[in-house]
Design a protein around this ligand. Structure first.
Ligand code: CDP
Length: 210
């Protein structure tokens, strides 16, 4: 059983995916953290996020230290992640790990939940259930702003909204695995849904497919 969850930045897919995995007893992979770790590796070593050779090298040698680094969630890391994510060689370097996780979930779990941008389209086109989670840009910017200030990162709201629009544009326009719903994905708009309502909606969709 593979549950694929895709959608734009701050749509609430990470929270939803984590809760679904918990309730289903599945393993969970936040694939965005892989791209974030590559972005963070570049920032930490003084490389530009547009340095493709350095990004590919980082993607090929990702260690658990970076994947658990608190800097992973920083706004700057997210922006660097979206730049390296546009490089086909970086995506190729991260593909096997994601597919292997889905095929053989760690800990003997009988299924996996993966969230990202291209899970239903590229990583797991045969996923049992595909969800495409969205919300209006202003709603997503408000959530991201709240998350950042909760972590003590004071980015002005207008800046968060501008970053988010820029990231959406880049994720959708890139040639390699652009952000778009798979033809067989169920759309879930969380603009007016609290997390428990979104979770209930997602579970109903999954139950219908199991
Ligand atoms: O949490 P947020 O939605 O801001 O971002 P994320 O899911 O952590 O992903 C960070 C960046 O990685 C995104 O802007 C995408 O460009 C990229 N990404 C991707 O290209 N493919 C994935 N499967 C996951 C993330």
């Amino acid at each position: 059983m593979i549950v694929a969850i895709d959608g734009p930045t701050a749509a609430g897919k990470g929270t939803l995916a984590r809760l679904l995995a918990r309730d289903l007893g599945f393993a969970y992979l936040d694939t965005g953290s892989l791209y974030r770790a590559v972005g963070l590796a570049l920032l930490r070593t003084g490389h530009s996020p547009d340095d493709e050779a350095a990004a590919v090298a980082a993607a090929r040698s990702l260690g658990s230290d970076l994947l658990t680094d608190p800097g992973l969630r920083d706004e700057a890391t997210g922006n660097a992640a979206s730049r390296v994510a546009a490089m086909p060689a970086v995506r190729a370097a991260l593909l096997d790990y994601q597919r292997e996780f889905a095929r053989r979930p760690p800990g003997g779990a009988r299924g996996a939940v993966l969230d990202g941008r291209d899970i239903g389209t590229v990583v797991c086109p045969d996923a049992t259930v595909k969800l495409f989670v969205t919300a209006a840009p202003e709603v997503r910017a408000r959530r991201r702003h709240l998350e950042l200030s909760g972590r003590g990162e004071d980015v002005p709201f207008a800046q968060v909204l501008a970053d988010l629009n820029e990231r959406d544009r880049r994720d959708q326009a890139r040639a390699a695995a652009p952000l778009r719903p798979a033809p067989d994905a169920h759309l879930l708009d969380t603009s007016d849904l609290a997390i428990d309502a979104a979770l209930a909606r997602a579970k109903a969709i999954i139950a219908g497919r199991m």
